[in-house]
Design a protein around this ligand. Structure first.
Ligand code: MN
Length: 329
């Protein structure tokens, strides 16, 4: 996906507050219209004022189920740098093409992890048989040592794992004894957790990780705190279990994200994760000039997405405030 929020998303983050107490902070989503001629409305939980990162997860958009226009969702070639993108669908199919030469279908329940590294470009178009799109679009910030790495694309279909009351699809990291083989540059957890009606599951997690539970559907509570659909429950490091409850008569669907706090400061602007304002300008210039840095996408019928105007805001350092539970202690 391409990020249309160019002013407010020019955020700088890092240097997390120390927090070892337990508690759930509920982050609500804001509606953001994705750019392009055939826009899609998404619900964004991070980054936001209260929190910019969960581990190296730096961007979480949740969308649908939404009926797409008859001529489909069509996102022209656009660039990325300094990050990985995770496309995870609940329904619908998207055709992906990138400047690595990848041509792949993104289907529900299948992980597609694209590494931007120094620079990549890609296009995303819904397939002709897709009428409804529903899923999440997630970004991962790359650590300084690896952010200029080469382009990469990994595909993995996690085997659904049944535990009492729930079904898990672990697409990154490990959970409930299931491990994803997909390589990441920092430790990460990414899993879909589907709960049966009135089910409760308690999962062992890494106490060095912070976690976010994004709720898609159901009356879901995380460690006893209600997390409404489209919102995200955040838990600071220091806990070794998470308890997820579905109190609805129907099934619940959630996405669990985690990772050790990402200590580096980052700056996000448009589709770039960089370290300072100069790098934004350089990446933007490289894209506008058609530089080899991002390459070209073969097989896409149409023009590529132009970069938004040069940012006219001075990007101020921004940090994650202490979590609510930490402040109470
Ligand atoms: Mn994209």
């Amino acid at each position: 996906m391409s990020n249309p929020e160019v002013a407010s998303e020019a955020v700088r983050s890092g240097a997390h507050a120390e927090s070892t107490t337990t508690g759930v902070e509920v982050l609500s989503a804001r509606e953001v219209p994705l750019g392009g001629p055939r826009a899609l409305q998404v619900r964004r939980t991070i980054p936001q004022r209260a929190r910019t990162l969960i581990g190296a997860w730096c961007f979480a958009d949740h969308y649908g189920p939404v009926e797409i226009p008859a001529n489909g969702m069509d996102l022209p070639p656009h660039p990325h740098t300094g990050l990985q993108t995770v496309s995870w669908l609940f329904s619908g199919t998207i055709e992906h093409r990138d400047s690595l030469g990848t041509h792949s279908l993104i289907r529900a329940g299948e992980l597609n992890l694209m590494t931007g590294g120094h620079g990549i470009a890609h296009s995303e178009v819904s397939t002709s048989d897709t009428t409804v799109l529903h899923g999440v679009q997630l970004w991962v910030a790359l650590p300084d040592a690896d952010r200029d790495t080469g382009r990469d694309f990994q595909h993995h279909v996690p085997e659904p794992v049944r535990i009492d009351g729930a079904e898990l699809r672990v697409f990154l990291g490990s959970l409930a004894g299931e491990a994803s083989p997909v390589r990441t540059f920092t430790p990460l957890l990414g899993a879909q957790i589907d709960l049966e009606p009135h089910a409760t599951v308690t999962l062992s997690v890494d106490p060095g990780f912070e976690h976010g539970l994004l709720v898609d559907a159901g009356d879901v509570s995380l460690d006893g705190t209600e997390v409404p659909p489209a919102e995200l429950g955040y838990v600071a490091p220091g806990v070794s279990t998470l308890t997820v409850t579905n109190s609805s008569d129907g099934p619940a669907r959630t996405i669990l994200l985690g990772g050790p706090p990402f200590e580096e400061e980052i700056v996000m602007w448009w589709n770039f994760v960089v370290r300072d304002h100069e790098e934004i300008l350089r990446a933007r210039e490289d894209w506008e000039a058609g530089s080899d840095r991002f390459g070209s996408v073969e097989g896409y019928d149409g023009r590529r997405l132009p970069a938004p105007p040069v940012p006219d805001v001075i990007i101020m350092p921004r940090r994650n405030p202490p979590s609510r539970s930490a402040r109470q202690s």
